[in-house]
Design a protein around this ligand. Sequence first.
Ligand code: XMP
Length: 527
Amino acid sequence: TILVLDFGSQYTHLITRRMRELNIYCEMLPCTQKIADLDFKPKGVILSGGPYSVYEDGAPHADPAVFDLGVPIMGICYGLQEIAYRADNKNVIAGEKREYGHATLNVTKHSGKQEHVDRLFEGLEKDMEVWMSHGDKLGKLPEDFVVVAESGNSPYAGIAHQEKEIYGIQFHPEVTHTKKGTQLLKNFAVSICKAQQNWTMSAFIGKELERIRALVGDKGQVIGAVSGGVDSTVAAKLMKEAIGDRFHAVMVDNGVLRKNEAKEVKEILTKGLGINLTVIDASDRFLDLLKGVKDDPEKKRKIIGNTFIEIFQEKAKEIAEAAHGSDKAGDIEFLLQGTLYPDVIESISFKGPSATIKTHHNVGGLLEGMHLKLIEPLRELFKDEVRELGTQLGIPEDLVWRHPFPGPGLAIRIIGEVTREQVRIAQEADAIFMEEIKKAGLYRQMSQAYAALLPVKAVGVMGDKRVHAQVIALRAVQTTDFMTADVFPFETKFLSKISTRIVNEVDGVCRVLYEITSKPPGTIEME
Ligand code: XMP
């Protein structure tokens, strides 16, 4: 394991990401982690960048025991300054100007032990393109260190201990702007730390199944909500593999799912994947509560979120009572959650001297009032790794690549009041749009697509008759992070075909628009 201590840089998780790409197991922990509390011995430690100045009051510092571990250490940016500051707190000074952007790094001659420095720069050009992003810099070299690289603006762009495998670099090897940055990280982890490149998905599955079985025990039971999305399905399948029917999946049909969604998900999860699943058709309860709600989209979200929690808790109680007392199974003690690594990073990232741990958004409400412990088998994985895991677990390709679907479902795609009739129109239009997108082979080129229903009527002529009917707005976007999004550039011919089909096949619609607002200023959903 390579240990990454996070000092709060926006790039820290990329270090972990690069290590994974190299098949090296890596753990990121906040910089305040006490070394004595670790339950593993790392083969090497990386000190990340961070937004602070090491000499400021209250600036974060690593546990000094890091330096007594006797393993190689590499400091990146703030991490370099931390190493220098530890040696003597006068070594780091404020730079005259921030250095931000591309720089050319020159690997220089030095008077230190040749071999351990050579290993760090193995296979790299003598003048390599690197990415800099820092305000402070070293004013003076720490004792026993030598300069091993410099750039135009940074005479101490790379330093190394004369004897020990301790390195500091001012640039960021983890960002793609540093050409060959991954090679440098590999040199550190593999050639210097001797970390093994054996972190693979099948190794992960084996290890995770063992961990789940040990945690849950021979009789323990687990309950979890599934939606048909990739994260909850992969998590559920993993639980099924680990503990069989002692995992109870619950899917709530809230009446605002896609057309046939509940039926299809049930089919795949039970028949296809053998998961012990209960589907609760609660559409009447949700739609009754949504009656008359039209001006405040947040109110729709609250009703759907709270009702979901109520129903899930009721069901959990029922399942627990049914299971209780049987000799094969004990109490339900755990709640499965498909939390991914980006959510974990979000909650454990070092956020300043008063670091607070944030709980994951969906969990809070569910855990209140249920005395359950969380089980999060995907918490070490990035989205693309979850997809790979899903594929290895035999989950159908279609489901593995499914677009995300929001918890409040069609309710935030139907502007205004959500009624059964409005849901029907939105579902039918959406089904045609999705069918054509898939048929044209475009599904994986976009991140999300749907048909929204506007609460206005327009005039049209169909057959020989004048009609007065509603308007559908199609939306399709491309995004990598869902924070910003671009509109998908369909060809006009494709859009015309969708329009013709929707107007002809969906009762109550006479016009179709294509929504062309990017995010920002729009959002991906309509409400
Ligand atoms: P917006 O509309 O904010 O959407 O640009 C960004 C991403 O978040 C999803 N989304 C939600 N997901 N509950 C969810 O589970 C919600 O209330 C919710 N609102 C938006 C949206 O589908 C997109 O992927």
